[in-house]
Write a protein that binds this ligand. Sequence first.
Ligand code: HBI
Ligand code: FE
Length: 298
Amino acid sequence: PDFAILPDMAADVFTAPLAKPAHVGADWLESAQTAYTAEDDAVWNDLFARQMEVLPGRACSAFLAGLEKLDLARGGVPEFGVLSEELGALTGWSVVPVPMLIPDHVFFWHLANRRFPAGNFIRTRETFDYIEEPDVFHDVFGHVPMLTDPTYADYMQEYGRAGWKAMRYNRLKALGALYWYTVEFGLIEEAEGVRAYGAGILSGPTEARFAVEAQTPNRIMLNVDRVMRTDYVISDLQPTYFVIESFADLYRQTVERDFDRLYRSLPAGFTYANSAVIDVDNVLHRGTQEYHLRGGRG
Ligand code: HBI
Ligand code: FE
């Protein structure tokens, strides 16, 4: 490994410790949920209603089932304590309120212990359509329903464990690409067709149509090694979406990998541009990569 990112990580620490690591400051743990105003609840309800106009027929069945199981349609910003009890009973996950993006190693440490860090704040009317930092709507509406699926819940914990190993090999960017193209922007094949499971798609106003139906982006079957070599754009529609056959297949491709060998074989930077289609790809749809000012990159 090139260098140890964190001062007190013991040389042989390849899995996230269960106890709180010394270098994780206490303040990451206790940022309570803020008291929400009536306007906050109204923003949540309006965001929820807008997504539910577009998601049926485009969101994967595990997501829609998760919304039901957690009764997220009850109205108003969900209270994390109640949410964690219901989620805990289903898959052993809980939701931890955080005030902002947290350092990768803290984020991974939570996931490795089946805790999902979720923004404790909600966006304003001014940032209704796009937010820089994940707020409670992106995290709780976009990510949390997926954690009610047992296989996906296991994948997320393995992802957290893989994160600590990535730090040993200085390959956080590579692992971040895997997160990006699965947890944030992943598509899955279902009987009726391709559906979205990525939170970035499920919580955004336009991406559900674009990712599932548009001619513009590539849709390529997921290969973990290839995805970890692929660059990604943070604040825009994706030129390429990766598709899995099932969460069981995603889990197999991840857990059964020898990540030590994989990290050692990966270069420090990315190899493939985010719009690339390469010879090993199993291509479902080769995108036109045409963007129209109205709904595209504008
Ligand atoms: N912090 N609160 C929060 N939410 C995230 O989704 C998040 C994060 N820190 C890092 C991160 N995501 C990504 O870099 C992951 O790839 C680790
Ligand atoms: Fe997210």
